[in-house]
Design a protein around this ligand. Sequence first.
Ligand SMILES: O=c1ccn([C@@H]2O[C@H](COP(=O)(O)O)[C@@H](O)[C@H]2O)c(=O)[nH]1
Length: 236
Amino acid sequence: MNDEKIIVPLDVPDLESAIALVDKLPQVTFWKVGLELFTSTGPKILEILKSQEKRIFLDLKFHDIPNTVAGACRAAAGYGVDLLTIHATCGKDALKAAAEAVQIGAEKAGTKPPQLIAITLLTSISARQLAFDLKIPLELPEFALEMALLAQNSGLNGAVCSPQEVQQLRASCEKDFLLVCPGVRPTWAEKGDQKRSLTPSQAITAGADYLVIGRPITAAAVPELAWNQIVEELKI
Ligand SMILES: O=c1ccn([C@@H]2O[C@H](COP(=O)(O)O)[C@@H](O)[C@H]2O)c(=O)[nH]1
C-alpha cells in the first residue's frame, strides 16, 4: 500500500497542535517528530503516538562527536521509535558509534532498535550552495552518494536523500538499505524552501522506500483532501 510509504511530519510548536493534526488525519500511519516539536514538548508526543499504534520517525538529525552522538542514540533508542536520524557528515567514527549505541539503548530499554538513517545532504541545499557556500568540491549527486555509502559502510540502515538522487543511490546501495525522501512536492504544491524536489509518484518510481510530505498536506486548507489527492496520484 503506497499510503503506508508516506510519513507526515508533525512540524508544529506544541503538543496541542500535534494532537489536533493527528486527530485530523487518522489515516496517517507514520508520523515524523522533528526538532521543533521535540524541543518544545519532549517525548510526551511519542507516548501518544505509540498508544495509537502509529509508527514514529524521530528526526533529531544528530550531529556531534562520537561520544555525544552515541549517548544521544542510546537515549533515543529507548523510546522505541522506528526511524532515527544522524548527519552522515558526523564522520565514520561517530556513525559507527551511533549504530552500536542504538542496539545497546534498545536492548537496555527492552525495545526494538530503530532503523538509524543518515542525512546525506539536506534537501534545502542547492548545487550552487553546496559549491559556493559549503565549498564542497564534488558534484551534488556524487556527494550525496558518497554520504550514503559512508553510512552504509558504517553499519547504518539507510539514508535520507532528495528524490532527485534516490535513483542513483538505489542503484549503488544494498537492496535493503532504506531510502527516505523528504522534499517531495505534488505538482500543485508550493516548493517553499525545498530545492531538490520531485513529485510523490516520481520519487516512488525512482526507488524511494518512504516519502516525507509535510506542508503540502499539513498546511492545506483541508489536510485530508490533500492527503487523498496524493494517495490517488500514487495509485496511477
Ligand atoms: O534533508 C531533509 C531532511 C529532513 N527534512 C524534514 O522533512 C520535512 C519536510 O517537510 P515539508 O513541509 O514537506 O517540506 C521537514 O520536517 C524537514 O525537517 C527535510 O525536509 N529535508
